[in-house]
Write a protein that binds this ligand. Sequence first.
Ligand code: NAD
Length: 740
Amino acid sequence: MKIEKVVVIGSGTMGSGIAAHLCNANVPVTLLDLKTEISEKARERIYKSRPPLLTDKTKIDNIKVGNINDNFDVVKDADWVVEAVVERIDIKHNIYEKIFKNRKKGAIVSSNTSSIPIKVLSEKLSQEEKKDFCITHFFNPVRYMGLLEIVKNENNDLNKINSLKKFCEIELGKGAIVCNDTPGFLGNRIGVYAMQVAMTEAFKMKLSIEEADAVFGRPMGIPKTGVFGLYDLIGIDLMADVLKSFIKELSENDPFQIVAKEIPLVKKLIETGYTGRKGKGGFYRMNKENNKKILEAINLNTGEYFPSKKIDMGIETVDLNTLINRKDKYGEYSWAVISKIIKYASSLVPGITDKFNDIDEAMRLGFNWAMGPFEMLKSIGVKNFFNRIDDFKNNKFLENLSKTKDENFYGERQLYTDIVTLGKIKPKAIKVDKNKSADIYRFNDFNIVEFTTKACALDYDSMDALKNATDKPLIIINESMQFSAGVNLSYTMNFAEKGDMKSIEKFIKYFQETCKHLKYSDYPVISAPSGLVLGGGEEVAIQSNFVVSHTNIVMGLVETLVGLVPAGGGCKEVLWRWLQTEEAKKDPDFAPLKVFNIIGYATTATSPIEAEPLKFLRPEDKKIMNRNSLFEASRKIIDENKDFKSPQNCTFNLSGKPLKEKMIKILEKLYNEKVIMDHGMQVGKELANVLSGGDTNINKTLTEDDLYKLELDSFMRLIETKETQERIKYTLKTGKPLIN
Ligand code: NAD
């Protein structure tokens, strides 16, 4: 079965997201709604979306729009028809009647419903029609969420379900998990239960919402929005509807019922318009006092708002055992929440799936958890868990495990996919070394480095791991969300605050030395980025010999935002790439001026397609839709490069002073227009110094080391200034840039 043409019916949040993502995969799609104006508006929304739903704006040409009365004929040609209309069964039934009257024989029809079972959706279909009908449950935002649940039942043609899964996996890049027709499927059943447990336990233990979010967040390997933050993000009213649907669909004695009961405070919030971020606020709200925005948090007992207090748990890496064994309320809370999640998830095996593994993967892909409930159990340790758990009657999974006490119960990971993923390889590889910032694995005849810090921020140890791993071909890749958000700013700031500039200089020099070493090592070095590839992260990627990039990246050299210049070879490498263009051969200042713009404005690309024209990536760098495939694609490069030779050294002829003056003219104009301020000017001048070649002239040939030196000197001059330090501190505190 080939899927070459798709029709999506319903052009709201999900329909437009699905259509946009099909465009990204170059699959022509027609988007239908009640009126053409509605689908036309959806098309405009897709075009302007931020973060962008399209990997490249020209992809929009793959979408045609229309309405269900005049343009329904398109269904006749479609290989797959996706229904994404409002969650109303009468409307969905009417649409199916129309689709099945018109569809091509054998075409797949699916619904994006999040709560209506297949047996209800398909009750009016013939047996033959039921074979081709399933649920494809995409998550919002479709481009960025990894999970797709394909829900089937006993009536389905399994070959067809499997080819749909393959298509969604390979072409759309989704982690496609096939599951049974049970309420909430896999992800939402556990994910919403977990949220409810985290919320009800916070009420019970009288925790503040900031405290609950600080625990049910990074320390547990869960996104930092926590539970109350996530409630606000999803919409408190929408969550109430979701709960109502679970209460209705699940049996009376399902433990979900206990945590899904209506909470008076939540009811009051909805009634008063506090529905979350889209409303007046929710558990958190922004208040304005004396023209200053203040984030406030609700008191769960009184319902009053107070200025929000940041809780710093001081935890950088996930260590569940330490967390649950803390002798304070946070230890108690985390155990209560984690143990209940493990108990509930395991009670659903084999009912909702016989592969407990799939539940974990659904939580990773759909909720961005670092580990699912069963991995949590593994990480706590089977013996430790049973020493502490109270009763688990009628829970077959736990009853069995309590008998075997098998610490290795978990087995292989990611069974839902045939792709050889990094997650599958890691347990089979030898961990040859490890420091506090990275792990080095050896698999067959190559090495793998995985950064392990928060947002994979880089420090001396990250560089050490990279440098030590080049005795074999090397793949730099990781399972966590980001490739690297850049150099660890707190690490750098710690030295700066002590006035220890020598240590900063030592670190930057080592960073440069490592990147140079990566570029010129005897074996190929491959970076396989996904997520954030910023600053130092981009410098590592760009100085690797090969790049295999996921389609969802945010890539750029953004150092100027924190008052610095790229100093790990970023300026040098992008400049060299631009110097190879035809324009640069005609005009020696063309390339430096281009790069001055790109780095000066901290330009970022939101996909590999956008990264190429900036020369952050080269045309030959691989672009991969499925994140799971990054590892296989990297490994293929190693196989294809048995006779690898490291690249030739590059040299630079730059104009020096006259070019620097041109750049300063640009800065002065921006300064007069108030686009930049005093320190912006100073940062710009340092960047100009690097990119013009410093004290040089066009006839003098500079080496890479000369450029590294220029980068280092500018970096050091800037980090010593009060203004750069203020920028860094501000960004560390707020996540935003300071303009000074
Ligand atoms: P939405 O309200 O944003 O969009 C629904 C669209 O359907 C609207 O544009 C509406 O005009 C159109 N529509 C209504 N009746 C129609 C008809 N008879 N023919 C054609 N179009 C019609 O809804 P949504 O959030 O995109 O949800 C769509 C489906 O996806 C629902 O089943 C929902 O449960 C499910 N879902 C939503 C999310 C989410 O996060 N929003 C996530 C997963 C699944």
